[in-house]
Design a protein around this ligand. Structure first.
Ligand SMILES: [Fe+2]
Ligand SMILES: [Fe+2]
Length: 453
């Protein structure tokens, strides 16, 4: 954050965690010399446990063994062993093949700009069929809000319908009129779908009436405890242990729906904030968007990771492959970002992402290294180990504290945003982990094909 007196640099020192120093900085260490950083804020390790010392990587966090984790460790080891023996391996995607495809894919990515509008996806039920048809042929009948309100909120049909309607506010779809974004009929369908999804998220987090307990400090504290050893319910723990390239590739394809528009849904909250919260939110977003350098935009780093893994890095390429549990993680961000009434939930969600990202990214970087992925694949997660150790501090102490200072009544929604993030991520893990443990794909179609219409 800018110093009150611009002749002085501001350091933020707490009893726990890193010392925060405004950048650019040069840090001289005892043994290995000088380290420089141009980040707007820098988190300097004070526990001496960081693997990227002198920068913080959140290694200072308290650790706790999850209940029943010893047995879970064994179970997971057994599953990993089976995969290594052969029968569980994903058919036809050995390392050499993936790297051969990477060369082809680089050529494709070079010829086709990442910003090309994606085609409309394949429908997954009556409701998404009607909406997709209406986008293709304006004027065709739309589903009634009553029909939308009866749908399974986490089912394939409703999640795809939501994804398609939200996407109109981002980049839209090829051959779809940009003004469809503000079509009253489509907005009415989305309002009904929003309400259904939001009610299900509140129910899933035990906050059905929207009242919540509002204990932001306790909700944040829960996120700051790292499990001791292996957490069998965590996707990044699983991937670090399995280090299977085909699983990492599927993970990247699924996450591309968000990472290729990384930090975009969070920008919508900026005009709804004030003072410290606004200044800090913009500072973190500035970092997410490459601090003025196109080659460092996080979405671009993810596109490079995808190319390294032999994936097609075009925006929206894997929408048809993503099951509802993956779509819900992105739809929740769009819902929170687009609705001013949910600005507290958006801030809570953003805090949850930034707080949990650094240790998770370290596991994913390790998994990619162990799987023999290329340097660009590792770089995305390596960058997030350091960047998010900084973002975590800024979001907790400036965005959340600043927002609650201005609008204390939003505390229950901040907690809801934190819990809803954990809820949709747990549903995502519950979808992908059993498939991968059984040696099956977690996608709706093989990576080199699209599902039939
Ligand atoms: Fe990022
Ligand atoms: Fe971040």
């Amino acid at each position: 954050m800018p110093a009150g007196d611009d002749t002085r640099r501001r350091l933020r020192v707490g009893r726990r965690g890193p010392v925060m120093v405004e950048g650019p900085v040069e840090v001289v260490t005892e043994n290995d010399g000088t380290h420089t950083s141009d980040r707007f804020q820098n988190a300097i390790c004070t526990c001496a446990r960081s693997r990227v010392f002198p920068w913080c990587d959140t290694s200072h966090r308290r650790r706790q063994r999850p209940a029943g984790s010893a047995r879970a460790d064994e179970r997971d080891r057994a599953a990993t062993g089976r995969q290594e023996d052969g029968p569980g391996r994903h058919p036809g995607r050995d390392l050499q093949e993936v790297f051969q495809e990477a060369q082809v894919s680089t050529a494709v990515a070079g010829a086709t700009p990442h910003h090309t509008d994606p085609p409309l996806p394949h429908a997954r039920g009556e409701l998404s069929e009607a909406v997709i048809t209406a986008l293709r042929e304006p004027g065709s009948p739309l589903p009634s809000p009553a029909a939308v309100a009866e749908q399974d909120p986490f089912g394939e049909d409703l999640q795809l319908l939501l994804y398609v309607l939200y996407e109109l506010h981002y980049r839209g779809f090829r051959s779809v009129d940009a003004d469809a974004e503000w079509d009253p009929g489509l907005l009415a369908v989305r309002a009904a779908a929003d309400a259904r999804f939001l009610a299900a998220l509140r129910e899933g987090t035990g906050d059905a009436d929207g009242g919540g307990d509002g204990d932001v400090a306790a909700a944040v504290e829960e996120l700051l405890v790292e499990p001791v050893g292996h957490d069998p319910d965590s996707v990044s723990h699983h991937l670090r242990r399995s280090s299977e390239l085909w699983q990492l590739t599927e993970y990247a394809a699924l996450r591309s729906l968000y990472h290729l528009k990384e930090a975009d849904p969070h920008l919508w909250v900026v005009p709804r904030l004030w003072g410290r919260a606004k200044a800090a939110m913009v500072a973190v977003e500035y970092d997410e968007f490459g601090a003025g350098r196109a080659e460092d935009v996080h979405a671009r780093l993810f596109a490079d990771l995808m190319t390294d893994l032999g994936l097609d890095a075009r925006y929206g390429r894997y929408l048809d492959h993503a099951p509802a549990a993956a779509l819900a993680t992105v739809n929740m961000m769009s819902l929170f970002g687009l609705r001013r009434s949910l600005r507290g939930a958006l801030a809570g969600h953003f805090a949850a992402v930034e707080i949990t990202s650094s240790p998770g990214s370290a596991r994913l970087a390790e998994a990619l290294r162990a799987a023999g992925a290329g340097p660009a694949a590792q770089r995305f997660y390596d960058e997030h180990v350091e960047a998010d150790a900084v973002h975590e501090q800024v979001v907790r102490h400036e965005v959340l504290d600043g927002l609650l200072e201005e609008e204390p009544h939003l505390a229950p929604d901040v907690v809801f945003g934190i819990r809803a993030t954990g809820f949709v991520e747990a549903r995502f893990a519950a979808h992908v982990l059993p498939a991968w443990r059984a040696g099956r794909s977690a996608l709706r179609a093989p990576l080199d094909a699209s599902p039939p219409r």
